[in-house]
Design a protein around this ligand. Structure first.
Ligand code: FAD
Ligand code: NAP
Length: 537
């Protein structure tokens, strides 16, 4: 609990994950602001506090799925492997909270419920479910893009007599699957990570798949002392590469087109990247996978061939082969033995396209053709992404304008950082920024540092409020949509578009223009005296 009882703050930060922790450090220890974080969970860590399901781990490699702002932190922290499991990442974020003495300004177990802009005082009035009401000059959202769990509205769940869990709100003392008949709904990154681990523990696992997914092996491995030492010796260059890349990954960008190679050459490249594992298959193979359907089809077909080679039952293999969206148009999972798991005797695949779920009963799940008796249901059904957590807060801007109303037809922002009508509200990894299309710590650090420089500028020049103009916002929203329309992202019913939430307006939310061009644009806006913003003294 915070030991400060200030009801007048410079900044309120909502959320204590990667974003909120760094924002607090920057606001308090670099800018000297009186800042407080409110966090709904009972611990820090955000994603890594909530997602404790079996098999949870990162899919960006540890040495770049980490902060770069402190060279000491970089040098002293030891990662165990390429893709550490959730407990290790949570330990890292707790270490950051302790190392930078952040906890005294974090109020845990407290959800921000409402925030209203007071135009006369040029301050936000922020209310929480703990009964706090504080005034703050700046309101900084660090609520996360993937923090509002989506439990689908399936008839009968309330009658189910077994146990059910959503992967994004997993019990802290774990779940014992031994001797249990388990069902898992959802085959996104989460379901694909959890399936092999649950299958090893459970008596029987039934996977309910609505959309088959492309997945590439992670090839996780320990970080040997030699590799770790080499990384630490080269950290500055690694971070530079990540910042100046398309996706926030420190890979050499691919300049090859998939269509400029013979069948054999292309296959050799895919095979070598498949053996290496991880996101390089997507980001390091051919640049036109994201833009050109024919180029994309070569990667998609290669993955389907692999699935058919791994899965012994041809009928099951065919069901697992993705067919209705281009590779990479949904966030592609990275797996450890996912497809191999369907060769186990205790695993069954149910194709929901053939036999949709009709209802959940007291004893299991009924599809159009069968009743599956189960003891446990695991919902790996994702999140109300990008806007879900922010819109749970009743945010009122100038003249009482509600953010929920403003975003009813999809989120609108300038640079994903600010919303017209909502002065002094900053949104870390907000819709309209690269966020979820990138290795996120790179995008998070860029936003925190940009917001920090902006606030320093405002204070230096005696400016009391900053607000995106309607014109700048309109132009940015159009630009985000235009760039997305040049890619294959629009060809999938993905959570990037809000398609996973019934009734949510379909708008492509993240910015596809690339991490480095986006950074340059933000820096340019700042260099031009915050072009596109109106500043009030
Ligand atoms: P979060 O970590 O989501 O933290 C937001 C916090 O805000 C939460 O703790 C939440 O409780 C709190 N909060 C929300 N609303 C309120 C409120 N009203 N009041 C108070 N508190 C509130 N990204 C990658 O780049 N690489 C990966 O390998 C990767 N792996 C992932 C694995 C999983 C299982 C998931 C779900 C996501 C993964 N991501 C990954 C994305 C991940 O969300 C980001 O990398 C990063 O952790 C986001 O940090 P954040 O602080 O912005 O948000
Ligand atoms: P997700 O990608 O949204 O996947 C949810 C799955 O549930 C999809 O297969 C979806 O099917 C299915 N589903 C949703 N509603 C359903 C319903 N009513 N009936 C049946 N099936 C339903 O969610 P996620 O897997 O939790 O991943 C979300 C994001 O978190 C990822 O994309 C990634 O960015 C991040 N993440 C990363 C890692 C990692 O490896 N580091 C791990 C987990 C998550 P449809 O496809 O048909 O909608």
């Amino acid at each position: 609990m915070s030991d400060r009882i200030a009801s007048e703050l410079d900044a309120v930060i909502v959320g204590a994950g990667f974003s909120g922790l760094y924002m607090l450090h920057h606001a308090r220890d670099v800018l000297g602001l009186r800042a407080r974080v409110y966090e709904a969970g009972d611990g820090v860590g955000g994603t890594w506090y909530w997602n404790r399901y079996p098999g949870a781990r990162c899919d960006s490699e540890s040495y770049y799925y980490s902060y770069s702002f402190s060279e000491e932190l970089e040098q002293e922290w030891e990662w165990s492997s390429k893709y550490p499991e959730q407990p290790e990442i949570l330990r890292y974020l707790n270490h950051v909270a302790d190392r930078f003495d952040l906890r005294r300004d974090i109020q845990l177990g407290t959800r921000v419920t409402a925030a209203a802009w007071d135009d006369e005082r040029a301050r936000w009035q922020v209310s929480t479910d703990a009964g706090d009401t504080v005034m703050a000059r700046y309101l900084i959202s660090a609520v996360g893009c993937l923090s509002a769990a989506n439990v689908p509205d399936i008839a009968g769940l309330d009658r189910f007599e077994g146990a059910w869990y959503h992967t994004g709100a997993w019990p802290h003392d774990g779940v014992d699957f031994s001797g249990q008949r388990v069902s898992l709904i959802g085959t996104g990154s989460t379901g694909i990570q959890a399936t092999p681990v649950i299958a090893r523990e459970a008596d029987h696992l039934t996977v309910f798949q609505r959309t088959p997914n492309y997945s590439v092996p992670a090839r996780n491995a320990p970080l040997t002392p030699e590799v770790a030492a080499e990384i630490k010796a080269n950290y500055r260059e690694i971070r530079r590469k990540a910042r100046e890349s398309f996706g926030g990954f420190p890979f050499d960008p691919s300049v090859r087109s998939a269509l400029d190679h013979s069948e054999e050459e292309r296959r050799a490249i895919y095979e070598s990247l498949w053996e290496e594992g991880g996101f390089k298959f997507l980001y390091g193979s051919f640049f036109d996978i994201f833009f050109n359907e024919d180029a994309n089809a070569t990667a998609a077909e290669f993955i389907r061939e692999r699935i058919r080679a791994i899965v012994e039952d041809p009928a099951v293999a065919e069901k697992l082969c993705p067919h209705d969206h281009p590779y990479g148009s949904k966030r592609p999972p990275i797996d450890t033995d996912y497809f191999e798991t369907f060769n186990r005797d205790n695993v069954t695949l149910v194709d929901l396209r053939e036999t949709p779920i009709e209802e959940i009963t007291a004893r299991g799940i009924r599809t159009t053709t069968e009743h599956h008796d189960v003891d446990v249901i695991v919902f790996a059904t994702g999140f109300d992404a990008m806007t879900g957590s922010l819109l749970k807060i009743d945010i009122r801007g100038r003249g009482g304008l509600s953010l929920r109303d403003k975003w009813a037809a999809g989120p609108r922002s300038y640079l994903g950082l600010q919303v017209a009508g909502f002065p002094n509200l900053f949104t870390i990894t907000g819709p309209g920024s690269p966020s979820v299309l990138s290795n996120m710590p790179v995008s998070i650090e860029q936003h925190v540092e940009w917001i920090g420089q902006c606030i320093a500028h405002l204070r230096e020049h005696g400016v009391s409020s900053i607000e995106a103009t309607e014109d700048a916002e309109d132009a940015w929203v159009d630009h985000v949509a235009e760039v997305a329309s040049m890619t294959l992202f629009q060809k999938a019913s993905s959570w990037y578009l809000g398609a996973n939430i019934p009734g949510k307006t379909r708008v492509f939310m993240p910015y596809v223009g690339g991490v480095f061009p986006y950074r340059q644009r933000c820096d340019d806006v700042a260099a031009k005296g915050y072009e596109g913003f109106s500043l009030t003294s």
